[in-house]
Ligand binder design. Structure first.
Ligand code: PMP
Length: 349
């Protein structure tokens, strides 16, 4: 066998790159990945399996049509991805950097940008977790970023950024501003879709992952058709597999059911917020998403004790001091979590 040091062989920007953390720790209650706790029973059109020897529709015409009707945008303004992660990859591949984003935020903006050898510019959020507009505008002026990613509601903080600040950034930037609205369905804020027609440099990312279909890997980019055409040049052929296309198509027929599940999740979120607020030494941050970030003393220890007590949450203490993030589960799961948390804090793991 040849003695090859792959670490030396790999590109220098990849050498120091750390992969996205996707550790699956088996636990009775899984509240770590911002998935929906509800699984909708969907049977895709059986004909799909009779054609599985064929490549899928490369343009996913039917699915685009369903999205177009649901969101009232033209099919020409839609690009589909194998999750919105893939679309972030394509955006950075097509336009390059510098790539600007506030921190803390969704880690894939930085990981993908570094993987593609682009320059990252990270501007800390202010103490309310809103955009530090002066520093954002100064960075835009100094670096002229090609892409600016704004996750609103933001992962992991849960809040929406001030719409006024986002607009100021769109108006100031000569590059593209991507409003990542993965969590918009859970927010009282209506998001930036209504403004798409007014700003050519605004692009919106949405996903089916948070509303019941994380396993499908279907995300969509909504933007000016010329922007879509440029990103489409780097899209891999047949990036959305036939089964995902077929199931996603059925998913769009379950709008009412999905909406009622979202309602359950947001009302459970408010209940969980109240419950967390009542626990000594725990303080939750207000959330417009399907998760809550909360501060707790000894977060690393509490995280481990929660696992022992049957609940997996996300440990974000390296990102926001002493903080854990819990995804909103079903009523029963949330009760189980609250009990487990009290036990974990009380020391009786
Ligand atoms: N954007 C944000 C803000 C997210 O939190 C996530 C998932 N964690 C994504 C995008 C990626 O979602 P998808 O499953 O569509 O790739």
């Amino acid at each position: 066998m040849k003695d090859i040091d792959f670490l030396k062989l790999v590109k220098s920007n990849i050498r120091s790159l750390r992969p996205y953390e996707t550790k699956e720790i088996p636990c009775r209650v899984k509240l770590d990945a911002n998935e929906s706790p509800y699984c909708i029973d969907i049977t895709p059109d059986k004909k799909i399996l009779q054609r599985i020897n064929r490549y899928p529709d490369p343009e996913a015409v039917k699915l685009k049509k369903a999205i177009s009707m649901a969101l009232k945008v033209n099919s020409a303004n839609i690009l589909l991805g194998n999750g919105s992660d893939e679309l972030i990859y394509y955006l950075i591949t097509a336009f390059g950097g510098p790539v600007l984003y506030p921190i803390p935020t969704f880690s894939m903006y930085g990981i993908i940008s570094q993987a593609l050898g682009e320059k990252n510019i990270e501007i800390p959020l202010n103490e309310d977790f809103d955009l530090d507009i002066d520093n954002m505008l100064a960075a835009i002026k100094k670096y002229n970023p090609k892409l600016i990613f704004l996750s609103s509601p933001n992962n992991p903080t849960g809040n929406c950024f001030s719409a006024e600040r986002i607009l100021k950034i769109i108006e100031t930037s000569k590059g593209i501003v991507i409003a990542d609205e993965a969590y918009q369905p859970f927010s009282s804020d209506k998001g930036f879709l209504p403004l798409l027609k007014d700003y050519r440099n605004l692009a919106i990312l949405r996903t089916l992952s948070k509303i019941g279909f994380a396993g499908l890997r279907v995300g969509f980019l909504l933007a000016d058709k010329d922007l879509i055409n440029e990103v489409n040049k780097v899209r891999l052929p047949f990036n959305l597999n036939a089964l995902s296309q077929a199931v996603a198509l059925e998913a769009f027929k379950n709008k009412r059911l999905i909406e009622s599940q979202i309602k359950n999740i947001t009302s459970e979120r408010e209940r969980l917020f109240e419950e967390l607020s009542r626990i000594n030494n725990v303080s939750p941050y207000p959330s417009e998403a399907n998760f809550i970030l909360f501060k707790t003393k000894n977060a690393d220890i509490v995280f481990k004790k929660l696992i022992k007590n049957g609940v997996l949450v996300r440990n974000l203490s390296s990102v926001v001091k002493d903080s854990l993030r819990v995804t909103i589960g079903t009523h029963g799961e949330n009760n189980f979590f609250i009990k487990a948390l009290k036990k974990s804090i009380g020391g009786k793991a």
